[in-house]
Structures are given as structure tokens and as C-alpha cells.
Design a protein around this ligand. Structure first.
Ligand code: HEC
Length: 125
């Protein structure tokens, strides 16, 4: 019995560490899937931004906030994606200038405009 105990203890320990390690593996898998999906959305947002928004937003046209310029965004980011996207979708007049609905491209759907806004925020943060 004295010889068996350590073996028993060891196998119990191994069993315990096995079952402990299994769930994190799964989590890592879903996490990397989510990360891949987020990266893909960012890439789509980048394309939409470059094709429809960069014309004004890359060069400060009419005071359009430049992505990457933290001071342009420090009061905008806390407003949140939902409201910023709504303004970009509907268009609005700010203190410096006017932004046309969907940047002037009515063919964009709301989700596409939102992805572009997310991209603008992501590269600024
Ligand atoms: C014709 C020029 C123009 C285009 C094209 C344009 N914007 Fe803008 N946008 C502006 C201007 C000007 C402002 C800032 C006005 C101000 O604050 O006075 C602005 C502001 C914004 C803001 C900040 C809103 C806020 O609350 O301050 C977001 C977000 C935004 N645009 C998103 C987009 C997206 C997304 C696109 C492309 C789908 C786009 N814009 C295309 C001119 C443009």
C-alpha cells in the first residue's frame, strides 16, 4: 500500500491537470476564430473607407476627422460606434463642415458604413 500511494497520487495529479488544461485549449480556439473574424471585418472596413471616405477624411477636407489623429478623435471615440455610425449614415453638419449621408455613396448599406467607422476608430486607438 505504501508503494501504491505515491503512484495513485501521481495519477490523480495527472488526471487533474489534464482536465484542467482541456477547457483553455477550447477557449483559445474560439478566441483565435473571433480574432480572425474581427481582422476580416477590419480589412473590409478599410476597403470601404479607402473607396468612399478617404477622399475627405485622409486630408481634413471641411474638417473631416483624420483616422490616426488622436486629437481629432478624442471627443468622438467616447461617443461610441453606434452614434458615430448613425451620423455617418444619415449625414450631419458639424462645427467645421458638413458630412453627406454615407459620404455621398447611397449604394453603401448601413453595415458597410459602420464597418468603415469601426476601421477609422481601430486605427486611431
Ligand atoms: C465629402 C466629404 C466627406 C466624405 C466623403 C466622408 N466624410 Fe465623414 N465627415 C466629413 C466632415 C466634414 C466631418 C466633420 C464635420 C465636423 O465635425 O464639423 C465628418 C465626420 C465624420 C465622422 C465623425 C462624426 C462626429 O460625430 O463627429 C465620422 C464617424 C465619419 N465622418 C465617417 C465617415 C465615413 C464612414 C465615410 C465613408 C463612408 C465618410 N465619413 C465620408 C466629410 C466627409
Amino acid at each position: 500500500m505504501q508503494r501504491i500511494l505515491p503512484v495513485l497520487a501521481l495519477s490523480l495529479f495527472l488526471l487533474a491537470s489534464c482536465s484542467k488544461e482541456a477547457p483553455p485549449d477550447k477557449e483559445e480556439l474560439t478566441e483565435s476564430k473571433e480574432e480572425a473574424a474581427a481582422e476580416q471585418k477590419l480589412a473590409v472596413g478599410k476597403k470601404i473607407y479607402e473607396a468612399n471616405c478617404g477622399g475627405c477624411h485622409n486630408s481634413d477636407v471641411a474638417g473631416a476627422p483624420t483616422p490616426g489623429d488622436k486629437s481629432d478623435w478624442k471627443e468622438r471615440i467616447p461617443v461610441g460606434v453606434t452614434i458615430l455610425a448613425k451620423k455617418a449614415i444619415e449625414g450631419y453638419e458639424g462645427k467645421k463642415g458638413a458630412m453627406p449621408p454615407k459620404g455621398g455613396n447611397e449604394a453603401l448599406n448601413d453595415e458597410e458604413v459602420t464597418l468603415a467607422v469601426r476601421y477609422m476608430i481601430a486605427i486611431t486607438k
